[in-house]
Design a protein around this ligand. Structure first.
Ligand code: 1GP
Length: 245
């Protein structure tokens, strides 16, 4: 079974949780240790990526370590077209649809497409919508961020992604955001589209994870929290709130 099929099958049974690990923030061995703890907490998959400092080498080493330590599927969450690896199970082949730069909408993808095909890595197409505050990814990607009052803009982008044939859509507040994507925006987008909806950025409590799920998120991503939390009970409670209860 491919990773897309695995994710969609899990999402049909309820929301899933994905951990995001940035190879620039810890070594491969530590990433493996975190992934094993996440697997025990109930995480469904591990995304690997970051806006800066990711290389083909640290990406590949991190992916191998996570796979060996946890057995969880690894999905490259790319931050630039230079860093690629055949050691991930899949790559989110994504377009930042509200970037103001053609580079992040389609040119980076065009420059990497042949190499990705050559690596034989499964591609999962993803429409990436950056919501305020957007944080580093919003700055690097020169996003015209969707403001919290601009729900219909978020719906328009998400529907456009679906109509363009993308597999998934992602509402992103940015890693470390002080305000996650608001629940009313999540529910409006969920009502409008039939492709699975991923939500992330600034989610670090069970309450925030539950609010995103109850609003309609099919997948909840936590990065900073996962990398910093040393309390397994707390890890489990955020993962469980993302998935049920
Ligand atoms: C960033 O949505 C992810 O791409 C995760 O954000 O680090 O705030 O959990 P956090």
């Amino acid at each position: 079974m491919g990773v897309k099929e695995y994710l969609i099958e899990r999402m049909t049974q309820g929301a899933i949780h994905m951990a995001l690990l940035d190879p620039d923030k810890q070594g491969a061995e530590e990433a493996g240790v975190i992934a094993r703890r996440m697997k025990e907490a109930g995480t469904d998959a591990v995304m690997i990526g970051g806006s800066t400092g990711v290389t083909s080498e640290n990406l590949g080493e991190t992916a191998r370590s996570i796979r060996e330590a946890s057995g969880l599927p690894t999905i490259h969450f790319p931050g630039n077209p230079a860093a690629l690896s055949e050691d991930v199970d899949a790559i989110f082949f994504m377009s930042m649809v509200n970037s103001t730069m053609p580079f992040w909408i389609i040119e980076a993808q065009a420059s990497a497409a042949e190499r990705i095909k050559g690596l034989g890595v499964e591609t999962i197409s993803l429409g990436y919508i950056v919501v305020e505050p957007g944080m580093t990814v919003g700055q690097v990607g020169k996003a015209d961020t969707v403001k919290h009052g601009e729900t219909s803009r978020a719906v328009g982008y998400a529907l456009a992604c679906e109509m363009l044939g993308m597999d998934l859509v992602y509402l992103e507040a940015g890693s470390g955001a002080d305000r996650p994507v608001p629940p009313d925006m999540i529910s409006a987008v969920k009502k409008a589209v039939s492709i699975p909806l991923i939500v992330g950025g600034g989610i670090r409590t069970p309450e925030a994870a539950r609010a995103a799920r109850l609003a309609g998120a099919d997948a909840i991503v936590t990065g900073t929290f996962v990398e910093r939390c040393s309390d397994d009970t707390m890890l489990r409670s955020v993962v469980e709130a993302s998935k049920r209860g």
